[in-house]
Design a protein around this ligand. Structure first.
Ligand code: GDP
Ligand code: ZN
Length: 388
């Protein structure tokens, strides 16, 4: 057995750490654990190592969240962003906001104590407002990255729909380049939702092949249709597949009318048989032609349909706010900051503004984990893996 000693304060947790390395036999491992148990050493709770690292000041809470997200990263781009977060890139931006709030509060207090009754325009008041507006801009910038944060965290979900036999499953397979879905000439064989995951521009994209959205008397098929309908409500984009060789049919029309009206893209498949005549249906955001037989048009179709889902989100992923907790806190800061600035500019009530700023300050401290709330810590670290 090998024993490694990581002395404080340079270990991961900041404490003295002993690492035991032994042969992998489960019997030996369990005997060692039992022996350690007898001298009062217990197993770590989920996230306990990282929690201790935060408590000992080795990292802040936003960095700790980065550690957890890095472990669960769904794509290359996501792991890059979470790595940056773990290194403290986001924390620095949060710290800047916190500093601005502290400065503004201090300036405002001086103003209240010394200058509030002065008649002329106060430079102190102006300085406080400037500082707050800087903070506002920073918060807004961060909040504008939340869409990217969500993409990194959750990826995109895309569903293929259309009447039977238009080639949904073929397309689904062609996209994933693997044979997970059943491809067949018999209508309605794809009974359940199948999912395939690809990476597009560094984002995880989850494709769902539906059991053709249509009424059915077959109970098994109906279950599939039910599932597909539920999945439809949560997807980011719908790829509506139609058959270029038959053109637009009443059945296509019926399927289209049963869909929620958002982000639907038309794909004329089987373009190798016949190019589809252009049709004007305003529900479609984009129109593409593909052939699963030749593979033609598939990459261009993905580019056309997925790029808009990813666009509008900042490219600098190291800036992205990636947890809902941080997003909520930034929203809170934004609200209180907004109130404070309005009160200073329009109603000249510095005391009330001070109250708002203290609320904003508490939220900014929570971003970094400067809080006594065990609950906040529990919530975060309970979702960690054992051993982290
Ligand atoms: P689904 O019911 O919509 O999932 O359709 P399938 O993927 O099961 O395809 C139905 C039939 O159309 C199968 O025989 C496929 O081989 C065929 N098919 C699918 N895509 C194409 C295509 O791009 N060109 C041609 N010529 N045939 C296709
Ligand atoms: Zn199918």
């Amino acid at each position: 057995m090998l024993v490694a000693h990581f002395p404080a304060p340079n270990s991961y947790t900041g404490e003295d750490v002993i690492e035991l390395q032994c042969h992998g036999s489960p019997v030996i491992v369990s005997q060692i654990i039992k022996t350690l148990g007898r001298i009062g050493i217990r197993s770590a709770e989920p996230g306990e190592f990282t929690r201790r690292a935060v408590i000992n000041g080795k990292m802040d809470l936003a960095q700790a969240e980065g550690v957890n997200q890095l472990i669960h990263a769904r794509s290359e781009r996501a792991s890059f962003a979470f790595f940056k977060q773990m290194e403290g890139g986001l924390s620095q931006l949060y710290e800047n906001i916190r500093q601005s709030l502290i400065t503004a509060i201090a300036v405002l207090e001086t103003y209240i104590d010394f200058e509030e009754d002065a008649d002329e325009e106060s430079p102190l008041l102006e300085r406080a407002i400037n500082e707050l507006e800087t903070a506002q801009t920073r918060v807004e910038e961060l909040l504008s990255s939340r869409r990217m944060g969500q993409l990194l965290r959750e990826g995109l979900r895309v569903m293929l729909v259309g009447r039977p036999n238009v080639g949904k499953s073929s397309l689904f397979n062609a996209i994933a380049q693997q044979d997970k879905a059943i491809v067949t000439d018999i209508a309605g064989t794809t009974r359940d939702c199948l999912e395939n995951i690809i990476e597009f521009q560094g984002i995880q994209v989850d494709f769902i092949d539906s059991a053709g959205i249509r009424e059915s008397s077959d109970p098994i098929e109906r279950i599939g249709i039910e599932k597909a309908r539920r999945a439809l409500d949560s997807v980011d984009a719908i790829l509506f597949v139609a058959d270029a060789s038959t053109g637009w049919t009443d059945e296509d029309d019926a399927v289209l009318r049963s869909l929620p009206a958002r982000n639907i893209h038309l794909i004329w498949n089987k373009a190798d048989l016949q190019q589809a005549n252009p049709i004007q249906i305003r529900e479609f955001v984009t129109v593409s032609q593909t052939s699963c037989l030749t593979g033609e048009g598939i990459d261009a179709m993905l580019e056309r349909t997925l790029t808009p889902c990813i666009a509008n989100s900042s490219d600098d992923v190291s800036l992205a706010v990636t947890t809902v907790r941080q997003e909520n806190l930034l929203n809170r800061i934004q609200t209180h900051l907004g109130h404070a600035v309005t009160q200073l500019k329009e109603t000249q009530l510095p005391e009330l503004a001070g109250e708002e700023l203290r609320e904003a300050l508490i939220a900014s401290q929570e971003l970094l984990g400067q809080t006594d709330s065990e609950e906040i810590y529990d919530n975060i670290f309970n979702s960690f893996c054992l051993g982290k």
